[in-house]
Design a protein around this ligand. Structure first.
Ligand SMILES: [Zn+2]
Length: 402
């Protein structure tokens, strides 16, 4: 009987290719007692494995690694009743896709976490819809203790949502901690400082390369786009590999232009950040206590007033960052680019190669890793252009694609 059961389990693994689906996890979002009584902006999120096999889910897409009240990623979209999206002020953790970053749920097992939304989103009083999306690439079956990664996983997503009411009297003043000096490397020894400076040089040449890519592939026909951005960008194979085949668009076009591509906005913003002085994020060497040893870096906004200026943006470089190569795939330079795309942009530009103003939200981490990130571009270009790793791999461009 035991052998038969074993054979059956193996067969199920073969038949399904080990692929789990977003439907293997059921999610409930409910009020905590504090939320139910006084609208404190707190929710309880419960994930339950509804499949007959153990399931592994990437911790970066769950609320199960909250440190100092902060989520590991922007895993919820919090939308006010007037349709505006609440700005995310939690952490962005750059996880790897390694087994140590997965949470395993046994068949029928449920796991819950309480999330203080007010510590992670800028909330005012009123009604909100909280949306949580699971993507099948982040969920795998577990057979005999081994996480089954499918070479060609099927892309599925499932969204769960709940309505909450937030009492503005309970929100209180937001303190985002210390504000750092701009353009600084903090709490790093001499060798780490040298490594960071090399990584910044490499990131700057990636930013310049990406801007040149954008302009090389723009036809300046003067027939489209607002002045001075009168050009049409024609994406190439390199673009399509990481952002999907989404066709030509105005260039350079931030998100608020009707037919723009969001990545052209980021490419312009990052180029401007690296080519002007005093607009780098703060880079701090950090032990990243409480995170997996494979964690590369985390990001957070330290000053909500000064959006779009990287002096408001703190990137903590964990010990594993210094194991990475300076440039190329999954590199230190690519990590800095990845983290910088998490920060919202809002500023006026005086650069003749850019539109006069920008206003768009930072990326999130929906998907990690080279293969899955490319898969996201193929399956869901809209999600890909809001996902930080898609930018990282586009910028790293290793092996190079034209
Ligand atoms: Zn990230």
């Amino acid at each position: 009987m035991r052998r038969l059961l074993h054979a059956l389990v193996m067969l199920m693994g073969l038949v399904s290719g080990g692929t789990a689906s977003a439907g293997d996890i059921d999610v409930q979002i409910s009020d905590t007692a504090k939320q139910a009584i006084n609208g404190a902006g707190e929710i309880r999120v419960t994930l339950r494995n509804t499949s007959p096999l153990p399931v592994a889910i990437h911790v970066g897409t769950t609320p199960f690694q909250i440190i100092d009240g902060k989520l590991p990623n922007k895993i919820f979209k919090v939308i006010a009743d007037d349709g505006t999206e609440a700005r995310y002020i939690g952490t962005f953790v750059k996880f790897t896709d390694g087994d140590e970053n997965y949470v395993i749920l046994q068949p029928g097992e449920a796991r819950s976490a309480d999330v203080d939304l007010a510590k992670n989103y800028v909330l005012k009083g009123g009604g909100y819809t909280v949306r949580y999306t699971l993507i099948s690439f982040n969920i795998h079956k577990v057979i005999q203790g081994v996480i089954q990664r499918d070479a060609n996983p099927k892309y599925e997503k499932q969204t769960f949502s709940a309505k909450i009411w937030v009492n503005e009297n309970l929100l209180g003043a937001k303190t985002l901690g210390e504000v750092f000096e701009p353009d600084s490397i903090q709490e790093c020894d001499e060798s780490k400082t040298a490594a960071i400076n090399s990584a910044l040089d490499a990131a700057k040449s990636m930013a310049t390369d990406a801007m040149n890519y954008l302009f090389t592939n723009t036809r300046w026909d003067g027939t489209s786009g607002p002045d001075p951005a009168e050009g049409t960008f024609y994406p190439t194979a390199r673009w399509n590999y990481w952002f999907g085949d989404t066709g030509p668009a105005y260039s350079p076009a931030p998100a608020n232009m009707p037919t723009g591509h969001l990545p052209t906005g980021f490419i312009t913003a990052l180029y401007l950040a690296f080519s002007s002085t005093g607009n780098y994020p703060i880079l701090k060497c950090d032990a990243c206590v409480g995170r997996s040893p494979m964690t590369v870096a985390t990001s957070e906004t330290v000053n909500i007033v000064n959006q779009g200026n990287y002096s408001s943006s703190l990137i903590r470089l964990c010990p594993h960052f210094f194991d990475l190569p300076t440039s190329g795939t999954d590199s230190q330079a690519g990590t800095i680019i990845h983290e910088m795309t998490h920060f919202s942009q809002h500023y006026v530009s005086n650069d003749e190669r850019a539109p006069p103003s920008y206003d768009f939200s930072g990326t999130a981490d929906y998907q990690y890793g080279y293969a899955n990130t490319h898969g996201l571009a193929v399956s869901d270009p809209d999600e890909a252009e809001h996902n930080a790793d898609n930018y990282e791999y586009f910028y790293e461009n290793t092996p190079p694609v034209q």
